[in-house]
Design a protein around this ligand. Structure first.
Ligand SMILES: C[S@@+](CC[C@H](N)C(=O)[O-])C[C@H]1O[C@@H](n2cnc3c(N)ncnc32)[C@H](O)[C@@H]1O
Length: 219
């Protein structure tokens, strides 16, 4: 057993809840990859978006809108960003339509989109199934779901998610770990056909840092 001595003795950064964390993090959260994990993730996700070439796309948990220009480059005429955090949405610069809301109950009609994506959002959800069911509802038949999550290796490596505010304070934002088995079971239950699972690593890294799923709504 490994003892987490920093936390044991109270040396770790303060842990705060998602709502407060994203309000603070929005000050420094750039709408482009700002760490190696995001670079690795984007390197895998972008070819999936380009291959899907959607006309109507939704980026759930869009944050400051990192994926909105990439969806436009992949051919989307309509690319909407949805996020639960208004401070994150307010930092979005590119003028794409944005909606403040919960990805588990989205204000869109059935079959409205050719593609729904979500990068690094589901770590904030204990119940990923409710998001997958909702994303499936708003996808047309044959539509694409592309999303990423923190890789299960985070649990074995005891990695933590931290960020710094503009004033330089370090905080920890906890996440809900999910196994690949859990994702696959939920995708199957939603009648989504898995096309690809990718597990990128950092260059020279021994463990995958992120897992990316691409699935298609089959009926
Ligand atoms: C780690 S950030 C990722 C932002 C962006 N997708 C990116 O990769 O740059 C996670 C985002 O998901 C949003 N989020 C978390 N839970 C959500 C929910 N239930 N509905 C909508 N957005 C949510 C947060 O507010 C935050 O902006």
């Amino acid at each position: 057993m490994t003892l987490d001595l920093a936390r044991w003795f109270g040396f770790g950064p303060p842990q705060i809840q998602a709502r407060e964390a994203y309000a603070l993090w929005s000050e420094t959260y750039l709408p482009r990859p700002h760490n190696p994990l995001m670079q690795a993730e984007q390197g895998v996700v972008v070819p999936m978006l380009e291959a899907a070439s959607p006309r109507r796309a939704l980026d759930a948990g869009t944050g400051t809108g990192r994926y909105l220009p990439l969806l436009a480059s992949a051919g989307a005429r309509l690319a909407i960003g949805l996020d639960a955090s208004m401070p994150m949405l307010k930092r979005q610069a590119d003028g794409a339509p944005r909606v403040c809301g919960d990805a588990r109950r989205m204000p869109f009609r059935d079959a409205s989109f050719d593609l729904v994506c979500a990068s690094l959002m589901v770590g904030d959800l204990e119940d990923v199934g409710s998001w997958i069911r909702e994303a499936t509802r708003i996808l047309r038949r044959g539509g694409h779901l592309v999303y990423s999550d923190f890789h299960p290796s985070w649990t074995s490596k005891r990695w933590r998610r931290t960020f710094r505010t503009a004033a330089g304070r370090l905080f920890e934002l906890a996440y809900f770990p999910h196994t690949i088995e859990e994702h696959l079971m939920l995708l199957e239950r939603a009648s989504l056909a898995v096309q690809a699972i990718r597990e990128p690593r950092l260059s020279g890294g021994s463990a995958p840092v992120v897992v990316v799923f691409h699935a298609i709504k089959s009926r």
